[in-house]
Design a binder for this molecule. Structure first.
Ligand code: SR1
Ligand code: MG
Length: 394
C-alpha cells in the first residue's frame, strides 16, 4: 500500500476520491474507477468506489470540519477521523469477523479507506424494509463481549489499559453525546425536534424531577467511568448487515466509558423495531434476548480464560460486573429511546411511519418505555423483567 500522506486538508470531490484510490495499490493499473458519494449519516462524506470492469471496490470515508446534519454553523475538528481509524484497527484485531478491514488512513486529509461492504445493507434500513437478519444478535453479542472484555482492565491489564484510555480521549465527540443524549432532551433546548402534538408529553418529561435525577446519574457514569473502549454510537445505522454477515462501522465516538453504554444502544435500537413494527415484535424481542445471552456467555468465558487480573477472577465478581453492565445498559437504553424521539438526531424506524396517529402512538410508547427503563433500572435485573416492562407499554 502506498504511504502517500497529505499536507493539508480539503474535502474530497468524487474525482479526487478516485485519484486517491488510484494512488493506493488496491486496484490494478488498468482499473476503470467510478465513484459515488453515498454518505447519509450526520457527520461525514462517504465515497463508494468501484472498478466498472468488475472486481473489488472500496469505501473512502472523510470527516468534514462541521456536523453535516446541522451545517457549517456547527464546527467540528476532523481529529475524529484518527480516533475512528484507530478504533477500527483496535476493534478489527479483537473481533475481525465483525469489523471492516482498513486499507489506508490519513490523519491530515481525515480519511479512512476501507473494505467495501456494499453487498450488505445498513441494518436499520434493512429492518425497515422487512429484513430480520437472523444472525445479527448473535454476532453483536460476540462483538460486544470481545471488544468490551479485551479493552477492559481485565482483558488488557491496568497499565496497558491506561495507555489506551489516553489514546482514545475524545472530548469533542463525547460532548455531542453529553449534550444530545443526556442534557438537551430534558429542557427546552434549540436542538430538540418533535411534533407539536407531542408537546404536552415532552413538557411533562421536562417537569419530571425524578427522571432528570436519574439521567444525571447516568450522565455521570458516562463522564467518569472509564471501564472499556466503547464504540460510542452503536445504533443500527452503524451496522452493516446481511443474512450471514454483520459489520460494525463508524466508531468515531469511541472513548473509554461504561460498558453498558454500547449494550444499551443496541437494546434501544432493537426496541425501536419492537415498538414500530407489530408484526415482527417477537422476532426483535428474541434478538434482544440473544444479544444479552451471547454477550454474557462469551464475556464470562473470556473472564475465566483470559483475565489478566488474577485477584479479580472470581465468579462473584464476574456476576457483580455483569449485573452492573446490565443495569447500566437498561438506563442508557432508556436515554437513547428518549433522545431519538424528541432530540436532534431521530431514527427512521419511527419517523418513516406514514400514518400520523400510528407514528405519534409509537413515539409516546418510546418516551414511556424510556422513562420506565431509566427510573426502574435497579429493579430490572434480568432479561425477563426487562421484556415484561417492554410488554407493559406495547
Ligand atoms: C451531530 S451528530 C448527531 C448524532 O449523529 C451521530 O451518529 C450520533 O448518534 C450523534 O448523537
Ligand atoms: Mg456515525
Amino acid at each position: 500500500m502506498s504511504q502517500l500522506k497529505q499536507t493539508s486538508y480539503e474535502p474530497l470531490t468524487e474525482p479526487a476520491a478516485i485519484e486517491l484510490a488510484l494512488s493506493l495499490t488496491i486496484f490494478t493499473e488498468n482499473a476503470e474507477l467510478s465513484c459515488r458519494e453515498i454518505g447519509d449519516g450526520n457527520l461525514n462524506l462517504v465515497f463508494h468506489i468501484v472498478d466498472v470492469k468488475g472486481g473489488k471496490g472500496v469505501i473512502i470515508k472523510q470527516a468534514l470540519p462541521y456536523a453535516k446534519v446541522v451545517g457549517e454553523s456547527w464546527p467540528l475538528t476532523v481529529k475524529r477521523a484518527k480516533i475512528e481509524a484507530d478504533a477500527l484497527k483496535t476493534f478489527g484485531q479483537l473481533a475481525p469477523d465483525y469489523v471492516p478491514k482498513v486499507y489506508f488512513t490519513d490523519d491530515v486529509l481525515a480519511v479512512t479507506v476501507m473494505e467495501d461492504l456494499s453487498h450488505l445493507l445498513i441494518a436499520r434500513t434493512g429492518f425497515i424494509n422487512g429484513e430480520t437478519y437472523p444472525l445479527i444478535s448473535k454476532h453483536l453479542g460476540e462483538y460486544l463481549a470481545k471488544t468490551l472484555f479485551y479493552t477492559s482492565d481485565y482483558g488488557l491489564g491496568p497499565a496497558a489499559k491506561k495507555e489506551q484510555v489516553q489514546k482514545f480521549i475524545n472530548p469533542e465527540l463525547c460532548k455531542i453525546t453529553e449534550d444530545l443524549i443526556f442534557t438537551d432532551p430534558y429542557f427546552d433546548a434549540d436542538t430538540n425536534e418533535f411534533e407539536d402534538s407531542l408537546r404536552t408529553d415532552v413538557e411533562a418529561l421536562w417537569q419530571d424531577a425524578e427522571l432528570k435525577f436519574h439521567v444525571n446519574v447516568l450522565k455521570r457514569s458516562f463522564l467518569t467511568e472509564a471501564e472499556v473502549l466503547l464504540h460510542g454510537d452503536l445504533h443500527t445505522g452503524s451496522i452493516f448487515a446481511g443474512n450471514s454477515d454483520t459489520k460494525v462501522i463508524d466508531p468515531e465516538f469511541a472513548f473509554y466509558g461504561p460498558a453498558g453504554f454500547d449494550i444499551g444502544q443496541v437494546f434501544a435500537n432493537l426496541l425501536f423495531e419492537v415498538i414500530a413494527n407489530d408484526s415482527k415484535r417477537d422476532h426483535f424481542i428474541r434478538h434482544i434476548k440473544t444479544v444479552w445471552s451471547v454477550f454474557k456467555d462469551e464475556f464470562s468465558r473470556l473472564w475465566n480464560t483470559e483475565n489478566k487480573v488474577l485477584s479479580a477472577k472470581t465468579d462473584t465478581f464476574l456476576r457483580y460486573n455483569l449485573s452492573k453492565f446490565f443495569e447500566d445498559s437498561i438506563g442508557f437504553a432508556g436515554c437513547e429511546l428518549i433522545r431519538r424521539t424528541i432530540g436532534l438526531a431521530h431514527v427512521a424506524d419511527l419517523d418513516s411511519i406514514e400514518d400520523e396517529q400510528i407514528r405519534l402512538a409509537a413515539k409516546r410508547k418510546t418516551l414511556e418505555l424510556g422513562k420506565i427503563l431509566i427510573k426502574q433500572r435497579k429493579e430490572i435485573t434480568d432479561v425477563p423483567s426487562f421484556i415484561e416492562k417492554v410488554h407493559g407499554v406495547l
